[in-house]
Design a protein around this ligand. Structure first.
Ligand code: NI
Length: 519
């Protein structure tokens, strides 16, 4: 069945600026890295000898799609390029974007696109598309498609799930660091006539595609041309969102615009980004961007210990002691070090449910969490709602995160917390770990207000409680001193989840949302 062509509300594209809440984390993201990851592969999967302007590129899995070359950073001006993440947990929205110190324009351009996706998603939800048993979700991940001193290419992939099945959408932005200028596809063309010519070339290519709906090319307008990349020969690779021009099973069709046809249409900026795209060293790694991001200070990372299990934690008998487990999800992030300072002042232990794709970026922070006696749990690689994934997808999300953490700490996390607390019997089984939910929700993602977070935590506190918070919000981190002060005053001991549950002998595949209390 054909999905609506206007899958996300494209008409309002470019019309809004990022909301204040979306930019809240941007200023603090200006962290400078000291080195970068070497390219891992130079396998360019695109057909660089193609001279047919209407050629169709066979759809391939996203990780290796020719429309999605993934580049690693060169050790040049862009070495401080990072990913940052944010979430709107109430709406099951999780997104990541690239940031660069001194280049707010780069973040703003991506957040504009992401905000459009979010509002389109919220609108669709409002229409009741998620009335089924499955829960809706929007997840946005960035991939770097070019990175030179002249131009950076960023391809955003949005996965949207509204209750029946999911669809992926793509949007590629270009950024000129020297000019502090973010460019949409249209900005790469000399004028309206050459832009119209691209649309004409695209329609011709689509009409020859065996999988494209016969009536689709007529429906295609300029808003569809929002993800243009380049292969090493300078051919244009135009990528279309899933379900917009072809059946979902076809994936996201990519068409090739021959270099000879494309080159005369491009303006100066367009030629600049094309050159950057052509020189991109592509990788066939999963589009997780894990290889793209530098770690905080790799020079100081020491070899992991040989231990295969976490260090043993002090024996607190929570069947006798008044225990509480504070848990922090979605990090590490820019505020986590501050949180660790606070926890240290109170000698409070906590549990961090870490997103795997943050590990490279915050290696030092992760090491500090573990070194200071906190527990590290698995919160998946890209924060997708697990019940909507295939079994292999669930295992990939969990194992890649477990491996990333294990590579840093020398042991794998023992606990899993599924994103949004969304799980199923199948997911529980695939975790091969105790599944940890919570029984006190501070709603910190909603209030973004320290006083409100303190109130929820203190009011909800009870012996054996597992308290949900997120260390990616500054308001949450600012709430923790007062929470620790008040709850210590009430005689609570702050323990990790494993300490809390120890007397229960937690078993793999079983869900825990609270711990024991003294009789
Ligand atoms: Ni989360």
């Amino acid at each position: 069945m054909r999905r609506p062509v206007q899958w996300f509300s494209r008409a309002r594209k470019h019309s809004t600026r990022p909301a204040a809440w979306m930019l809240a984390g941007v200023a603090s993201s200006a962290l400078i890295l000291t080195s970068c990851t070497a390219p891992t592969s130079t396998d360019n999967t695109a057909d660089s000898s193609n001279s047919d302007s209407a050629a169709i590129t066979t759809p391939v899995p996203i990780a290796t799609a020719p429309g999605a070359p993934e580049t690693t950073l060169s050790s040049t001006a862009n070495a401080e390029l990072n990913t940052e993440s944010a979430s709107l947990n109430d709406a099951r929205v999780f997104y990541r974007w690239f940031s660069m110190a001194g280049h707010a324009e780069l973040s703003e351009a991506q957040l504009r696109v992401i905000e459009e996706w979010i509002s389109g998603y919220q609108e669709a939800r409002g229409e009741g598309d998620d009335s089924g048993v499955a829960t809706p979700e929007l997840n946005v991940q960035p991939v770097l498609t070019a990175s030179t001193e002249e131009a950076i290419g960023i391809r955003l992939e949005a996965f949207e799930f509204l209750g029946a099945s999911g669809a992926a959408s793509y949007h590629t932005l270009w950024y000129l660091p020297q000019e502090h200028q973010a460019l949409e596809t249209k900005d790469l063309f000399t004028d309206d006539a050459t832009w119209a010519k691209l649309l004409e070339l695209a329609k011709t290519a689509l009409s020859k595609h065996p999988d494209v709906f016969p009536d689709a090319p007529a429906d295609v307008d300029e808003t569809y041309l929002d993800s243009l990349n380049f292969d090493s020969a300078g051919n244009g690779l135009l990528e279309f969102d899933e379900y917009t021009v072809a059946a979902g099973a076809v994936g996201a069709p990519v068409i090739t615009i021959a270099a000879a046809d494309l080159e005369p249409l491009l303006n100066k900026a367009g030629k600049k980004v094309r050159t950057a795209g052509m020189s991109a060293e592509t990788s066939t790694q999963a589009a997780s961007s894990s290889s793209v991001v530098s770690s905080e200070a790799p020079g100081t990372v020491t070899a992991p210990p040989d231990a295969a299990a976490p260090p043993s934690q002090s024996n607190v008998d929570c069947a006798v002691t008044k225990c509480i487990a504070l848990t922090f999800d979605d990090g590490p992030g820019p505020y986590t070090q501050q949180l660790l300072d606070t926890l240290g002042e109170y000698n409070a232990k906590a549990t961090f449910f870490v997103v795997g794709s943050n590990v490279d970026r915050y290696t030092e922070t992760l090491m500090r969490e573990a070194a200071e006696g906190h527990e590290i749990g698995n919160h998946t690689w890209s924060h997708r709602s697990l019940p909507t994934l295939s079994e292999d997808g669930v295992s990939d999300e969990l194992e890649s995160t477990s491996d990333a953490i294990s590579n840093v700490l020398g042991y794998a996390p023992q606990l899993v917390r599924p994103p949004y607390g969304a799980t199923s019997p199948t997911v529980n089984q695939l975790t091969h770990s105790p599944v940890v939910l919570w029984d006190v929700d501070t709603l910190d993602w909603k209030s973004r207000n320290a006083a409100a977070v303190v109130d929820e935590a203190v009011t909800g506190a009870h012996a054996g409680a597992i308290v949900l918070m997120h260390d990616i919000h500054s308001s949450t981190v600012n709430a923790v001193p007062e929470i620790l002060k008040q709850l210590s005053g009430q005689g609570y001991e702050f323990v990790t989840v494993s300490q809390l549950l120890a007397s229960k002998n937690p078993a793999a595949g079983v869900v825990y949302s609270t711990g024991p209390a003294p009789k």
